[in-house]
Design a protein around this ligand. Structure first.
Ligand code: PEP
Ligand code: MG
Length: 539
């Protein structure tokens, strides 16, 4: 039995097999080969395996995200068969008498650089694809195969750290829990775990070589412990605790269909946060009144190029149609900081959280912004959609946004494409926006307070820095006073205000939020019924 302690980011308990994800960025060594033909044959086998993996990914993606988004895996399959690429690998193995891994890695780098230097934008974007397929081949050659989510039984994901772009690619139905060596409690992986209602531990000091895929592990989010190879007695105890938790969850189910109303009759909206179209199922399952935050940037992650207007339109339309008239607030692209997409070439920054991110990218690169706005305005014609802009710091930004929205509206009008300009609100997640919330309230339809970033910027604490978790205090008086100020300023101008940061689901504060006059709390779907219970028990 091997026991480790970490920090728990979602309370729950499970027992299941481990799936260990190792860092794929390992160094490929150049080695001399006495038998180049055998190395070339190894490449052939690795290619065959890659073709099978890509086919499975394609089949799964077609069902989950549609044919247009899945097409990337077909492109990868075609690239693997490209004569120039394959000949370059074989000739390097023969002429330099080297190992297959090294030849594939170097050829991948060379081809990728060549594509990156082309003028054509489409060809440029293929640089990342070449890197992807070469990495896949190297992984296959060195026995570090992908964890195959399509055939994997539901497992506990064990990793060094997980970036948002990695987590977004995972098949959530196959994940029982997360255990990571690094990561902070406010990272997007932690947010994802809360959304999925699964236990998650971060900062667990384990050596990934000590554990292996298939090993039985218990993840106990209450005790913040992960136990590998547990004794039979502990397994029995865990199973009975899992049953108890299940019973508690079933009890909460009786609150479905009930109002979010206090004993004295005050009502509040409880909406849910999502990151993808597939998450709408969790929203309906937990009876949320709407979607208070759709983090649209997840559509941009885990891929090699920007999503097209059509892809985005389909995704947004599907969400509003599935929500059948309930409010759906879609936040425009909030990329940058921890949410990186290589193809955007955002570059390295000393202070990414204070850097080129979110609305700043949209205002500096209006083409990207306009594509998203066109998709949003078109989808708005199909249901109850609202748009929300992140990281606002000034009234000038809002004016600039409205000018771009006007342009998009004119273009759609001229082209005779159906659309609607919906409600538009902003996130209040910078101290600057709090301090001018009286002026901003005159310009927008609603406020949604992003307490994750507001805490980071107010307390000057990087939310990604795990060393600072003990200092990150969203209950700080400064934050609570800011929330009250924002609500009061919104109400003075007849607008509504909600919270969509993680603090919205903090059960210790629910009653205080109601007293402050918040109109809405948008929380992880798994928290909707718990917050409802709290409200219904309040005087
Ligand atoms: C926030 O900052 O509170 C928020 C909801 O946005 P994100 O966590 O995606 O930055
Ligand atoms: Mg934020």
């Amino acid at each position: 039995m091997l026991k480790f302690s970490g920090k728990s980011v979602y309370k729950g308990i499970v027992l299941g097999p481990a799936a260990v994800l190792k860092n794929n960025d390992f160094q490929v060594k150049r080695e001399r080969s006495e038998d180049p033909e055998a190395e070339i044959a190894r490449v052939e086998t690795a290619v065959e395996k890659a073709q099978e993996q890509l086919q499975k990914l394609y089949d799964k993606a077609v069902i989950e995200v549609g044919e247009a988004s899945a097409a990337i895996f077909e492109v990868h399959q075609m690239m693997l068969e490209d004569d120039d690429y394959r000949d370059a690998i074989s000739s390097m193995i023969r002429t330099e008498q080297i190992n297959a891994e090294y030849a594939v890695a170097v050829t991948g780098d060379n081809f990728s650089e060549m594509f990156a230097n082309m003028d054509d934008d489409y060809m440029k974007a293929r640089a990342a694809d070449i890197k992807d397929i070469s990495n896949r081949l190297v992984r296959n050659l060195s026995g570090q195969e992908d964890v195959d989510f399509s055939s994997m039984e539901p497992s506990v994901i064990i990793a060094d750290d997980l970036s948002p772009s990695e987590t977004v690619q995972m098949d959530k139905s196959k994940i029982l829990a997360f255990v990571t060596v690094h990561g902070s409690t406010n990272s997007h992986t932690a947010i994802l775990a809360r959304m999925m209602n699964i236990p998650a531990l971060i900062g667990v000091p384990l050596d990934l070589d000590e554990v292996h895929t298939g090993q039985t592990v218990i993840v106990d989010g209450f005790k913040a412990e992960a136990v590998f190879d547990p004794t039979e007695e502990l397994c029995r105890e865990t199973e009975s605790r899992m049953k108890e938790e299940q019973e508690k969850a079933e009890l909460l189910q009786t609150l479905k269909g009930k109002e979010n109303v206090t004993l004295s009759g005050k009502k509040i909206h409880i909406y849910a946060n999502i990151g993808s179209v597939g998450d709408v199922g969790y929203v309906l399952e937990n009876d949320a009144g709407g979607i208070g935050l759709f983090r649209s940037e997840f559509l941009y992650l885990g891929r090699n190029d920007l999503p097209t207007e059509e892809e985005q339109f389909q995704a947004y339309r599907q969400v509003v149609q599935t929500m059948a008239g309930k409010k759906v607030i879609i936040r425009t692209l909030d990329i940058g900081a921890d949410k990186q997409a290589d193809y955007l070439n955002l570059g390295n920054e000393d202070n990414p959280a204070l850097g080129y991110r979110a609305i700043r990218i949209c205002l500096k690169q209006p083409d990207i912004f306009k594509t998203q706005l066109r998709a949003l305005l078109r989808a708005a014609a199909y249901g109850n959609l609202s748009i929300m802009y992140p990281m606002i710091i000034s009234t000038e930004e809002v004016q600039q946004i409205y000018r771009i929205v006007d342009e998009v509206e004119c273009e759609l009008n001229d082209a005779g494409i159906p659309y609607k300009v919906p409600e538009q609100g902003i996130m209040i997640e910078t101290p600057a926006s709090v301090m001018i919330s009286d002026e901003l309230a005159e310009m927008v339809d609603f406020f949604c307070i992003g307490t994750n970033d507001l805490t980071q910027y107010t307390l000057a604490i990087d939310r990604q820095n795990e060393k600072l978790d003990d200092f990150y205090n969203p209950h700080h008086k400064a934050i609570l006073r800011m929330i009250k100020m924002v609500v009061d300023n919104a109400h003075k101008h007849g607008k509504w205000a909600g919270i969509c940061g993680e603090l919205g689901a903090d059960l210790e504060l629910t009653q205080e939020f109601v007293r402050m006059g918040l109109d809405e709390l948008s929380v992880a779907p798994s928290m909707v019924l718990k917050v409802r219970k709290n409200i219904r028990e309040m005087e």
